[in-house]
Design a protein around this ligand. Sequence first.
Ligand SMILES: [Zn+2]
Length: 336
Amino acid sequence: MVMEIAPGINQVKVPIPDNPLGFLNCYLVAGKDGWLMVDTGWHTQEALNALEAGLHQLGLVFTDIETIVVTHVHADHFGLAGKLKQLSPQTKLLTHRWEWALIESRYIKFAELQTQIGALLHKHGVPDSDIPALKSASMPVLEFVTITMPDEPLYGGEIISTGVYDLEVFWTPGHSPGHICLYEPQNQLLFAGDHILPKITASVGFHVQSGDNPLGDYLYALQKLENLPVTQVLPAHEHVFSDLRGRIQEILRHHDRRKEEMRRLIEEQPRAAYEIASRVAWDVPLIWEQFPSQHRRSAVTETIAHLEYMRREGTVTRIKSGDQFLYKANIAIPLP
Ligand SMILES: [Zn+2]
């Protein structure tokens, strides 16, 4: 249940029931006066029990957690934070400023955000009949989040010291606008959140809260980490791995292939992002019509992210057609 990564640095697997990811990897780092937790899992009794059992194995209880850092506020990372704060009111919660800013709109007053997402999906060609399901596709996670507000914001560049270990904050937007990674230099460990996972690639979608070029932000944030001396990468899902540089290269190639695949689809004629998304060979063994709405929505927002990235590269043009956007590949003019 508990895996020791380095002296005083441990991984606890917290189950995410009925989810293909299976587990959230929660990390516990020893401190002088208390422990630091990285990511919490989402709030179910099963997850809470697993966390409690993990702490127990280390001889700890919830009140021994001095600080919780969440890499981003997606439900599987942040969901249990509110419950943990109820059980241990002294514990401080830290997250990036831009993640803090999302909590209210995502988990408290979400009607407005859903309307904006619906409008965005319409603009990108999602059929009206499909919009209600797609815009509310992330609603089921609400029941797994116990809301709390952070105690202090992070911006990137800080050193969070536990008194035993110093963790440097790297701002790594893309998967979420305020996603952070933590670097521990003594053991050369990178707490990677969802930014870099060993097998699956993090979803990077264009969203009303993502900024105008989330894929550009993401790729730049990969570069920030590329030359760090890292012996072990500690991701929030799947397994610990060592070849950070190799994995970054693989992820870069993945996005290059995706861009090229999408560009080809609009060489002959302009198409809306929804139509392009329906023709991409996603790594899901289902035909487009059978994609669950959550997957269909990520497919569309990931497609927009790639198209908007290519617009900034100058390889794709966006055309306004009525109240919708179409994209067309630019033909390279051969040099004389
Ligand atoms: Zn996430």
